[in-house]
Write a protein of this length. Structure first.
Length: 288
């Protein structure tokens, strides 16, 4: 089996896997998991009368509830805050939307600090980079189909470039998402952000990366593998095309007959040197 067929098959499979993983990660809400141990906070508040306001906050503020966070939604897999308007997501979880203020018709961001605006722009850029990455994958699909149909190394090379472009864009989106996470935890000041959480809440909260985050990075890796395999397939196609052209040239080369002396039956062989030939001597005193 030609190497181009094997590498094209593997590249196609890995490209499909990468696309599926990135799409799943992009659309699900399990990037960041925050587990809040509400029972322990209640026990602490009951033992310390001066901390009675904790009970009121626990029933009012959403960040006192266990939640998962994605690119578009914050969801509550267990209890949900009564003061926050939620809706059922496609996976039957109560969620609320993350507001990116697009469009910001009422100029609600005018009072944001510089750090808050930086975080907002990075969050918007994450969504934009992933959407452009999906556009690159969609374009790669069509160039790949044409390349396989025509066995065109140029089209397969374009597919490899587009898949690499998608890999870089999605990796850039992941990097910006980490920037958003850093700003929310270390930079932005506000009661809902980590910097201004009470010590009791910090001690009884566990923040960890969830499965959507892992799936996103795996999808980035598979898109890189797909780009490498498409490049290898293009190299194989060029090599096979060159071998086919070399074989065709051998059949197209003209064959010239070689000069040989032929013997004629009943006749003397022709002289090795050209004539003219004369009977008798042309020179000397032997002419009569």
């Amino acid at each position: 089996m030609p190497c181009s067929a094997v590498t094209l098959s593997l590249a196609t499979i890995t490209g499909i896997i990468a696309t599926a993983l990135l799409a799943i990660a992009f659309s699900t809400d399990n990037w960041l998991y925050t587990e809040v141990k509400r029972a322990q906070i209640q026990q602490y508040a009951s033992k310390h009368a001066e901390q009675s306001h904790l009970v009121e906050q626990m029933n009012m503020k959403y960040y006192y509830f266990t939640r998962t966070q994605g690119l578009f939604r914050i969801c509550y897999p267990k209890e949900r805050p009564p003061t926050v308007e939620t809706y059922l997501s496609p996976v039957e979880t109560h969620c609320m939307n993350i507001d990116y203020f697009i469009p910001d018709e009422e100029n609600q961001t005018r009072g944001f600090s510089d750090d808050a605006m930086t975080r907002l722009h990075m969050g918007r850029s994450v969504i934009a980079l992933f959407m452009v990455a999906f556009l690159a994958i969609f374009s790669a699909f069509w160039t790949g189909v044409v390349g396989c149909w025509r066995r065109s190394a140029g089209n397969i090379t374009a597919t490899a470039i587009l898949m690499l472009f998608a890999c870089l864009l999605s990796a850039g989106g992941m990097g910006l998402w980490h920037g958003v996470e850093y700003y929310e935890k270390e930079k932005i000041v506000g009661e809902e952000y980590y910097q201004q959480w009470s010590n009791v809440l910090k001690d009884n909260s566990l923040i960890s990366y969830d499965w959507s985050y892992v799936v996103a990075w795996v999808g980035v890796g598979w898109s890189l593998v797909s780009a490498i395999l498409f490049s290898a397939a293009a190299i194989c196609l060029r090599g096979e095309r060159m071998r086919e052209e070399a074989m065709n040239m051998q059949y197209l080369m003209p064959v010239y007959p070689q000069k040989q002396q032929y013997a004629y039956a009943g006749y003397p062989a022709p002289a090795a040197y050209p004539g003219p030939y004369y009977h008798g001597s042309q020179y000397g005193p032997y002419n009569y």
